[in-house]
Design a protein around this ligand. Structure first.
Ligand code: AMP
Length: 186
């Protein structure tokens, strides 16, 4: 099973990704988590990504595509994966398509989690108080939402045209949302 989760910051992609990965026994790949670890480890990639992340901007496509390509060549991802937070631009989606063609990986579906933007901002501001994330101040949260709508939302149209996009209401109880996602996939 190979899936992509799309959706604005705060919609619950990470929480739902964990449930879905447990269900299908597949690998959860969150590019945000990967980058935060690189920053924590003070690696070359981490140093390059830090300023972009702290300002709520997207890190360069080339850097992200390099990370994804390496990760998808490893053994543990051969049984399947869920991409959470990738792709974030049309150019990343095109790069991803090239990688999957090369690896002969077929994508099963793209799940778009939806929710009201003001609700998301409220949720993120609440989470930001104790998440310790450098990009969860109210100002950066609003900027990340804007980045989503300008740079990532065009992917909704891209995957609609590919006929693999499925929309799922991301508001409500965690278990109910997981059920909705599983029903949509099957
Ligand atoms: P996330 O945890 O998915 O909200 O990602 C946190 C931050 O990491 C984003 O605001 C971006 O700065 C960066 N990031 C994560 N994934 C990507 C991606 N696919 N492309 C570019 N930047 C990314």
């Amino acid at each position: 099973m190979r899936l992509i989760f799309l959706g604005p910051p705060g919609v619950g992609k990470g929480t739902q990704a964990k449930q879905i990965c447990e269900h299908y026994k597949i690998i959860h790949l969150s590019t945000g988590e990967i980058l935060r670890k690189e920053i924590f480890d003070k690696s070359l990639v981490g140093n390059e990504a830090k300023t972009y992340i702290d300002n709520g901007n997207l890190v360069p496509d080339k850097l992200i595509l390099g990370i994804i390509e390496n990760r998808l060549k490893e053994n543990d991802t051969q049984q399947g994966y869920l991409l959470d937070g990738f792709p974030r631009t049309i150019s990343q989606a095109e790069g991803f398509q090239k990688i999957t063609l090369q690896l002969k990986h077929r994508l099963n579906g793209v799940i778009s989690l939806t929710a009201n933007e003001e609700e998301l901002i409220k949720r993120l501001i609440k989470r930001g108080k104790d998440s310790g994330r450098s990009d969860e101040s109210p100002e950066i949260i609003r900027h990340r939402q804007k980045v989503y709508w300008t740079q990532t939302a065009p992917l909704l149209e891209y995957y609609t045209q590919e006929k693999i996009l499925k929309k799922v209401d991301g508001l409500g109880n965690i278990t109910d949302i997981t059920k909705r996602i599983l029903e949509t996939i099957s």
